[in-house]
Design a protein around this ligand. Sequence first.
Ligand code: GLV
Ligand code: MN
Ligand code: MN
Length: 493
Amino acid sequence: MASFHPPCFHTTIIISCVVFILFFSPALSLQEPVLLLSNETHLDADDSEVRKTELFPEILRDEAVGRLNELGQVSDANGYLERTFLSHASVRAAKLISKWMEDAGLTTWVDSMGNVHGRVGGANPSSKALLIGSHLDTVIDAGKFDGSLGIVSALSALKVLHVNGRLRKLRQPVEVIAFSDEEGVRFQSTFLGSGAIAGILPVSSLHIRDKSDVTVQGALEDKSIEINEDALSHLKYDPESVSAYIEVHIEQGPVLESVGLPLGVVKGIAGQTRLKVTVKGSQGHAGTVPMSMRQDPMPAAAELIVLLESLCRYPENFISQNGQCDASVVDSLKGSLVCTVGEISSWPSASNVIPGQVTFTVDIRAMDDMGRAAIIYELSNRMYQVCDRRSVSCLIEPKHDANAVICDTGLSTQLKSAAYAAVKKMAGEDISDVPVLMSGAGHDAMAMSHLTKVGMLFVRCRGGISHSPEEHVLDDDVWAAGLAILSFLETQM
Ligand code: GLV
Ligand code: MN
Ligand code: MN
């Protein structure tokens, strides 16, 4: 049985909880606007055609949107988008991305975790590199912007520099990385790609198995990629060789749309935990076992899922009762805690059989790491109690854990200026401020924060919808994203 430790008891931990909450509060909401200075010259309407060509719409909008559509067709499924770690479609996507990297003047390679790299040395090839990335894998029935937008917009910006002969003016190397796994759909362990580069992927990850009993190592070997524990350790980048990591990503929430702006800066990313819960009962005949004599794992699982929902909707009713965490932790949880059961299966899964086993996943996110730990502790205790009462056995296994991340303030200021410059150039006039947001979704930047400082830009999406084929980003917002990275890169010359 996995054990979960009571959090929030240690005094220093309580203090850091408070500091963390103060920093993040109010979670998931807009922060105070920060004044942006710009020395851009205002262009009047007569200059609009000149301005437009200087904004490279063919590369940053038209070609980028075409590439997103093309990548959105690279799927393992018929009729919907699915591209999981090292699948056939992922390999095809990697080849396409490699080709686009070359088209942007980058030197490319694929590493032994399936990440695709494209690098340009700039004027000082041996100095620290700026890394820009996002992921090439998708969820099941995905939208075409999650992950792909960050890769495509980085490559469009670099292509603009390439076609204008300016790549060599970059004062440091720039490397784009298309990470092989961020969603964790196939192995339930996210960040296989970025985790390897950041050096946080334990060697045991190579032996995790997917539903078909294929290990991570086996999946790589199937694609002729040799990996062993030694090769994995060599994937880790030397922190001294890297200056920063930046990532552009679809917002996946409604804030930018509600304020009417295409770009926002990310201040921090919520911590996340994934669990696998297995409930075992007594398999039997649906027609013959009296209700009073059943050990049915299905209603037990239903009760556990409803318990999870209550705990996450009303954390104050659970964790303030036992005095584990102070009020600020509870307040933070009230503002940011979200929990999901996204996958459930039963065995043998037939309508006339009482199942022998039910398995479901749990995904828990919160801005406060101690609060998240308190919820998991409380949840597991209460789940085991329910299982005892129902005479079923219950196993709760941790599958993934990533602490919340705070983006680097200096990088965020630079990204904010770049976003501001891009939006102002496109609008031809001053805009109100660029919003600063928290991210409830996980990103490769979380793993990369273990290697270097990280910064992120969010791009507006329609209706805040993501992880759905309904996911949509306006063509002009794709353009704005590319232009913002271009503006950022121009400050690196
Ligand atoms: C990735 O999209 C995640 O937040 O799970
Ligand atoms: Mn995603
Ligand atoms: Mn993503």
